[in-house]
Ligand binder design. Structure first.
Ligand code: PLP
Length: 376
């Protein structure tokens, strides 16, 4: 059997261990410490300096705290993209609030601004909007921002998959009242696990730090006026993050190279398209995904099986949240008649191996195999 070819696995360099070793040497094996501060400074600088960030134990934790800070409470409604990973939506449920799930649009696979408008008309009391940049492709962020402003509802931008993507020249993660990032194992940079909350409002980020460290009031004894969480990033994990930050640009460059290789390789296959983005958007190309035309005889499963036989990892498109048993009671808003855009993409799409350690030979094998399924 040939070696495993991954969808998107961690890529480590020399720098990470240096920061981790320093944490050991100084015995800062704790939440808080120099690496946490350093990682936050690096990210703040990367995102443009005029934002503040709080390093947390996970992207999911960042969404959870973000929703609390935006004032979401029990029985409130929160509008969210349906086509996403469950972690975008589950924190709504943690709070006893109810997700109102919104369909995607074909142009970016992200939240359809028209469906968002409809959702806000039908649910005018909703407390927040969670919009995702799926697979690194920016949503129509300006349009979504404008709708949220007009309706006076805050926006949480789930940029877990899109660190390094630009939208009209501006980095994603900066578009919401709150943004969140993830450093889970398969993301564009990883700390093994971790996340960040981002905001242009310093008070918001201070509040996130406070809530993430058990909501301890500034008193000598342990005084608590609010319920807190143990969500702060550890100093060991942050050391990996500091090392990875030095390679973020390179990771994005290599991901884009993979995307270009697939584009060229499938150019003569009319049944195949890749996950689309708008003009003005510069995705980080975290995962390259393909969509197969409905009239094709080839189904995503055939491609996945052909690659799996060669020990090559693929992944289905995220199964939309409105089709998940746990969210069967949630309201779902679509503007298209018939099958939703999200379900259609789920049925006809798949994620291609997008690991930046793939060699030229790996890519050739993947491409040859996929083309073979189409009889080319
Ligand atoms: C990975 C991911 C998250 C969650 O981040 P974790 O760090 O794994 O908790 C949230 N939303 C999306 C869209 C993700 O892909």
């Amino acid at each position: 059997m040939n070696k495993r070819i991954y969808l998107s696995s961690p890529t480590m360099h020399d720098g990470e261990m240096r920061f981790v070793q320093e944490a050991f040497d100084t015995n800062w094996v704790a939440p808080l410490g120099k690496n946490v501060d350093g990682f936050e400074e690096d990210m703040q600088r990367y995102l443009g300096g005029d934002v503040y960030v709080a390093a947390l134990s996970a992207g999911t934790a960042a969404i959870h705290l973000g929703l609390i800070i935006l004032g979401v409470k029990r029985d409130d409604e929160v509008i969210a993209s349906s086509l996403t990973f469950a972690a975008s939506v589950n924190p709504i449920t943690y709070l006893g609030a109810k997700p109102v799930l919104v369909d995607s649009e074909e142009d970016t696979w992200n939240m359809d601004p028209k469906a968002l408008r409809k959702a806000l008309e039908e649910h005018p009391q909703a407390k927040a909007v969670v919009a995702v940049n799926l697979y690194g492709v920016p949503a129509k962020l300006q349009e979504i921002q404008e709708i949220c402003r007009e309706k006076g509802i805050p926006l949480l931008e789930d940029a877990a998959e899109s660190l390094g993507s630009l939208y009209h020249g501006e980095k994603t993660g900066r578009f919401g009242d709150i943004g969140i990032l993830s450093f889970n194992g398969n993301k564009i940079i990883t700390t093994s696990g971790g996340g960040m909350l981002v905001s242009k409002n310093e008070d918001v980020v201070k509040k996130a730090r406070f809530l993430s460290t058990q909501a301890r009031e500034p008193a000598r004894h342990y005084e608590h006026k609010e319920i807190g969480f143990n969500y702060r990033m550890s100093n060991i994990v942050a050391g990996i993050g500091r090392g990875q930050m030095q390679y973020l640009d390179e990771h994005v460059r290599l991901k884009r190279q993979i995307r270009r290789q697939y584009e060229e390789a499938f150019r003569d296959l009319p049944e195949v398209s890749l996950n689309p983005h708008e003009e003005g958007a510069e995705p980080n190309e975290w995962l390259t995904c393909m969509l197969i035309r409905p009239d094709s005889d080839v189904k995503p499963l055939q491609i996945m099986e052909a690659l799996e036989r060669l020990n090559i990892e693929t992944r289905p498109i995220w199964k939309p949240m409105h089709l998940q048993p746990v969210y069967r009671d949630a309201d779902f808003i679509q503007v298209k008649d018939g099958m939703s855009v999200a379900e259609d993409i789920f049925n006809r799409g798949l994620c291609l191996p997008s690991d930046i350690k793939n060699t030229k030979e790996d890519m050739e094998l993947i491409i040859r195999t996929v083309r073979g399924v189409f009889g080319k």
